[in-house]
Design a binder for this molecule. Structure first.
Ligand code: WT7
Length: 650
């Protein structure tokens, strides 16, 4: 039985949609009965230097493991995002840049101009010695040059590694060291909600850290005009090296399986993982899913509020939309600056038709009431999307009814850094919606639910979400660590890709993601590894031990709760608490700021010394009455003191 309400496809939307019910059924049918035809259909979206004759070539079996798509095809991702549009859309606006400060006039960049800017940077990079296969780290605010930087790398076959502008020097250094990048592209400063982010100073600090000697050059975009240290000859102004370059640049001919980019993401253990995506399959999947899930038309104005530092920005700001020749808004700012109407004002100003944001932003704006929304028109909107974390039905309803005026379908899109593109989401002209559900798999995608032992569950069920077979956008490996790739994703359930998510499937076959089942916390749609926060805490001389768990948070989805045991002879106080919060911000960045630090006289451990996180999670959730079996604890008294401690802190 499906208990939740159903929101049918609006008939007017269905009538004009790219994919209606019949088309959707035909696509699913093709993907099942003649998968080669379906995979070829995706490849045919792209311009190839040499069209692939090979399509899917994959196996998740340990002995025969391979993930290859369109392997003998040759193409360039940048050419697919820019050059091929020039003849028909050279004067079409590709990017509308909306600055942090609403008083700054928007900039409109056509496909022709974007092409020229990318070519100039591509030439400059080559002159600076960047070759095909070299890694380039990009640490920029949400400005047009961030898109330019990524595409210029793709054009010359360099592998970009974008590091989110909210990360601290240590995190930048770790990511530079892991892939040995040769060049860093940054800006003097970033601007977010009127606050300045010292990007260049952060890069300077990172490059003083061990393991970063591979960097030969730092290109600096002059963005705010702030005074910064330029260290010659290492540091060069972006405009100085690009302005003198011709605005054409010969693209590299890349194999479909050549790396396109590395993007670091947090896992349940150890240091961040360098997720590696390749060229042909990734681009085909990003492009097709962007068109299908957002029902993209040529006259749409699309806006995804993500940052290019996350996979959403890679697939649904840069590669998908630009491969599709879309017009889109690039937004530097934040949802609540200068006030809670900002998103809706930008939608009116640029007549945005397709809007894609995160549940955390929706919840934060919902808290401000309907007035900031209702004083705007939003008449241009025809579709809304969400991504990054489960959306609670109440927030879904508000988004649909108040923001979308009950006219616009809401596409809740489930995917991951690792999946490259959307895997479970409605096709808005065909799929009836259920608030809180990402609905159904896209054609060609084979999700399944398994129990803890890996047995497949049929029909209505709750379990762990796996994928039984490959799709073109799948990551290919972890950079320089294929063994960890296999171990992380293919060892829990042999022969299947394990997502790390728990999920329920209802009687209609709809998927309801319940959240991570591993030691990853999803804070405002950002993945934080508990192990990373713990290692930042234990690095403090007064900390003996730390354990970090997530707990439900009204706005952020999950908050960070840290249990900290101090060294003997150190008494806890508020000054130390503030110091520890600072230590985490300095080591990782503000996104990992602990919401709570609870002093723990000791941590609950099994007799073999393993911390029982299940218990810590329950205490943090305020569900101490459901601790379950605690008989394996070495010292059950520890739990009582933590429960009391949590109560006192409330
Ligand atoms: C994790 C992936 C996908 C781009 C942004 C996040 C959670 C993502 C949804 C959704 C429920 C979602 C999952 C997933 N997640 N989208 N629509 N409903 N949960 O990418 O940082 O790689 O995180 O985000 O837990 O595993 P990411």
């Amino acid at each position: 039985m499906s208990t939740s309400e159903i929101v049918p496809v609006p008939p007017t939307f269905a009538a004009a949609a790219r994919i209606d019910r019949a088309t959707r059924d035909a696509l699913h049918d093709e993907a099942t009965r003649d998968p080669d035809a379906f995979w070829r259909r995706l490849a045919d979206r792209l311009d190839w230097d040499r069209a692939p004759t090979q399509l899917k070539d994959s196996s998740f079996d340990r002995d025969d493991f391979r993930i290859r798509w369109y392997a003998d095809g040759v193409l360039n991702a940048c050419v697919n995002c820019l050059d091929r549009h020039l003849a028909t859309r050279g004067d079409k606006v590709a990017l509308i840049f909306e600055a942090d400060d609403p008083a700054t006039p928007a900039q409109h960049v056509t496909y022709g101009e974007l092409h020229a800017r990318v070519c100039r940077l591509g030439n400059a990079l080559r002159n600076l010695g960047v070759r095909r296969g070299d890694r380039v780290t990009v640490y920029l605010p949400m400005i047009v040059d961030a898109v330019v930087a990524m595409l210029a790398c793709a054009r010359i076959g360099a592998v970009h590694s974008v590091v989110f502008g909210g990360f601290a020097p240590q995190s930048i250094a770790d990511r530079i060291a892991d892939c040995a990048s040769k060049l860093v592209i940054t800006a003097d400063e970033g601007l977010r909600g009127g606050k300045r982010i010292p990007l260049k100073a952060n890069v300077d600090a990172a490059l003083k850290m061990p393991g970063t000697h591979s960097v030969e050059t730092v290109l600096v975009v002059r963005h705010t005009g702030a005074g910064i240290d330029m260290q010659m000859p290492r540091d060069r102004w972006f405009h100085a090296v690009t302005d003198i370059q011709p605005d054409t640049c010969e693209p590299e001919h890349m194999g479909a399986e050549d790396p396109l980019f590395i993007l670091y993401t947090s896992g349940s253990t150890g240091k961040p993982k360098g997720v590696l995506h390749t060229t042909g399959g990734y681009l085909a999947w990003a492009s097709w899913t962007h068109e299908a899930v957002f029902d993209l038309r040529d006259d749409d104005v699309y806006w995804c509020t993500a940052d290019v530092g996350w996979i959403t920005g890679h697939s649904y700001i840069v590669y998908g939309p630009l491969a599709n020749g879309a017009t889109q808004v690039v937004f530097e700012g934040v949802p609540n600056f200068p006030d809670a109407s900002r998103f809706w004002n930008v939608i009116d100003r640029h007549r945005v038709t397709l809007f894609y944001t995160a549940p955390t932003a929706i919840r934060a704006l919902m808290r401000e009431g309907d007035t900031p929304v209702k004083r705007t028109s939003r008449a241009s909107l025809r579709l809304l999307g969400t991504v990054g974390e489960p959306i609670n039905p109440e927030a879904w309803r508000w988004y649909h009814d108040v923001v979308g005026g009950a006219r616009c379908p809401v596409v809740d899109t489930w995917w991951q850094t690792e999946t490259g593109g959307i895997l479970i989401a409605p096709l808005p002209g065909a799929t009836a919606l259920k608030p809180g559900s990402a609905t159904l798999p896209l054609p060609g995608v084979q999700p399944a639910l398994v129990d803890a032992e890996g047995a497949l569950l049929d029909g209505e069920a709750q379990g762990n979400l796996v994928l039984l077979d490959s799709w073109p956008g799948q990551m290919r490996t972890l950079y320089n660590d294929h063994a960890r790739f296999i171990e992380t994703y293919f060892s829990a359930y042999p022969g299947m890709y394990f997502t790390g998510d728990g999920c329920r499937r209802d009687a209609d076959g709809y998927y309801w993601i319940t959240g991570r089942v591993d030691d990853v916390i999803n804070v405002s749609g950002h993945r934080i590894g508990t192990a990373e926060v713990e290692s930042a805490l234990v690095a403090h001389p007064h900390v003996a031990e730390a354990a970090v768990v997530g707990y439900p948070h009204d706005i952020k989805g999950q908050g960070i709760h840290a249990y900290v045991t101090l060294v003997t002879d150190r008494e806890p106080d508020d000054a130390l608490r503030a110091e520890l919060v600072q230590a985490v911000r300095r080591a990782i960045g503000p996104i990992a700021t602990p919401d709570r630090i609870q002093w723990a006289p000791a941590l609950p451990k099994t007799r073999s010394g393993k911390i029982m996180r299940r218990i810590l999670r329950k205490i943090a959730e305020g569900a101490a009455h459901q601790l379950g079996d605690t008989s394996t604890l070495a010292d059950p008294g520890v739990v009582d003191s933590l429960v009391d401690g949590a109560r006192r802190d409330e």
